[in-house]
Design a protein around this ligand. Structure first.
Ligand code: PLP
Length: 331
């Protein structure tokens, strides 16, 4: 009888009933409404780019149009189009100091489905997921997976980045450590020493677990890595500690590097077994990047000098926008 009452008052699943949309998207919508109503607001909420100021590369735009004109409109390969996985593999090798074969790379419709599938693939109900706060959306992905959330308070003393010391008390038996560098929303990055200490701790915990226990994996979201400039250096766990390749699943893509948030091309690289399972999972969601966008991105990335030049242009663009902002702010 009680169950019947509950079912009639609740019209959707428990999961849907309690789901909360992304706070930052809500905030951004409120800010956009203010801008629409004529208020002068500097919008620092969401990691999106005004395409009038930060357009995608012209060659990428043209390549996307060309692929559609060539009728590349059917299903893409489930793990992503081979030319794109080849281009990503080369980009990672030549610019990211990472060695990943094409069957260790999965393409998806941006970083979000990649993160969703990492959580789905690695986290069981009740498993512990550790992540720092502030950070981006880990609370929601944990919720969707019925995970136990351990939030690490990363304050100004550690540049808003979590340290091995912060994490250590929580790692025994945890399933996933979710890290991001450069970090949204702080823009801060891991130091070489800080990330190395975390890697050593993850390796030690996994050596303690042995072969029959599910490992502690590290989700490493480096979607902003190409936007580091000047003295700021990006580090990744696998280059620092090659043994971390067994435990690290990366989140990456063109949304931020090519100012292409609406183009929807992202990728993950990690252990083949994990990538294969993520592929199967994403098959049921259908969150593939469109075939034309994939082929166009592959073409664009085939010329890494052009990619480098675009990033230099973006840096100058950022500087100009900041100069305008500071001038207006001080006037
Ligand atoms: C840290 C971080 N990861 C992932 C994403 C999502 O990227 P995408 O637009 O490729 O889904 C964002 C978007 O703002 C982000 O800030």
């Amino acid at each position: 009888m009680e169950a019947k009452t509950a079912n009639t008052t609740r019209k959707v699943s428990k999961l849907a009933q309690n789901i909360i949309g992304s706070e930052i998207i809500k905030l951004a919508a409120e800010v956009n409404e203010k801008i629409k109503n004529g208020q002068h607001v500097y919008n620092f909420t969401i990691g999106d780019f005004n395409p009038k100021i930060f357009p995608i590369p012209a060659e990428l735009k043209q390549a996307i149009i060309d692929e559609y004109l060539a009728d590349e409109t059917n299903y893409p390969a489930a793990d992503g189009m081979l030319p794109l996985r080849e281009a990503v593999s080369k980009l990672l090798k030549e610019r990211g100091n990472l060695d990943y074969a094409t069957d260790e790379i999965l393409i998806a419709a941006g970083a979000r489905p990649v993160i969703y599938s990492i959580f789905r693939t690695l986290v069981d109900e009740g498993d512990t997921v550790i992540f720092p706060v502030p950070s981006w959306n880990n609370n929601h992905y944990s919720y969707l997976n019925h995970a136990k959330q351990v939030m690490i308070d990363a304050g100004p003393e550690s540049n808003f980045m979590p340290t091995a010391e912060h994490i250590k008390p929580h790692i025994k038996g945890a399933s996933l450590l979710a890290l991001c560098s450069p970090q949204n929303p702080t823009g801060t990055v891991f130091t070489k020493e800080g990330l190395t200490e975390i890697c050593d701790m993850v390796i030690e915990e996994n050596n303690r677990r042995g072969e029959n226990e599910k490992p502690l994996y590290l989700m490493y979201d480096q979607i902003y890595w190409a936007l580091t400039y000047g003295d700021t250096q990006h580090y990744n766990p696998v280059s620092l500690r090659p043994e971390m390749k067994k435990y690290t699943v990366f989140v990456d893509g063109i949304s931020k590097s090519l100012a292409a948030t609406g183009v929807r091309v992202g990728w993950s690289m990690g252990p083949k077994l994990v990538i294969d399972k993520m592929k199967s999972l994403l098959n049921h969601v259908g969150a593939w990047a469109p075939k034309a966008e994939q082929l166009a991105t592959a073409k664009y990335l085939s010329d890494l000098k052009r990619y480098d030049l675009f990033l230099v242009g973006q840096k100058n663009n950022f500087t100009n926008v900041w100069m305008v902002f500071i001038k207006v702010f001080l006037s």
